[in-house]
Design a protein. Structure first.
Length: 180
């Protein structure tokens, strides 16, 4: 008898958990006043976590959960792709909505970040003119607009989910034996 449990069930649970962890990282950094512009190691750690380590861990956990708990010990490569991309889309959507809402409620936080980024840009690139730095920052500020930020984040996380799902799916997949 074939089990028709949707892979989305596992993806939703782990996608929400992934988003909550990214939101907690952001809030902890905000509350502790840790500046990713001046504290490069903090920025590096957060980027490694959000774009490399956590997606792989959560895609693996979601695929393994689907295989062991929801689908009688089997998961196909295609189901791994569905789980991973769905998980990352959900996480990216929740995080981008939070981030956009935060930017609307506390615009001064991002203005301060842009001021610090301008200083760092001019210090690290002495040949850069003030006008060039302002132009680069104005382009970055456009990505705070929720109409751009939310879809861009979802697309970025779906791509990350696709790449890591291909990798995780190659290791986790277990198709039922075909008997004739």
């Amino acid at each position: 008898m074939e089990n028709n449990t949707s892979p989305a069930k596992s993806a939703i649970i782990y996608g929400v958990l992934f988003a909550v962890i990214m939101i907690l990282e952001f809030v902890i950094g905000y509350v502790m006043n840790i500046d990713p512009q001046s504290n490069k190691s903090y920025g590096l750690i957060i980027n490694l976590l959000n774009f490399l380590i956590l997606p792989i861990i959560f895609i693996y956990l979601a695929c393994n959960n689907y295989k062991t708990n929801l689908n009688s010990g089997f998961v196909s490569f295609g189901q791994c792709l569905k789980i991973g991309v769905s998980l990352c889309v959900i996480a990216g959507l929740i995080y981008s909505i939070f981030s956009s809402t935060f930017a609307l409620i506390f615009p001064e936080y991002f203005e301060e970040m842009f001021k610090k980024a301008r200083i760092v840009m001019l210090e690290n690139n002495p040949q850069l003119t003030a006008e060039q730095a302002d132009m680069a920052l104005s382009i970055s500020k456009k990505f705070l607009n929720p109409a751009i930020a939310i879809p861009a984040t979802v697309v970025m996380f779906s791509f990350i989910g696709l790449i890591f799902s291909l990798i995780v799916g190659a290791f986790v997949k277990k198709d039922p034996n075909q008997s004739f």
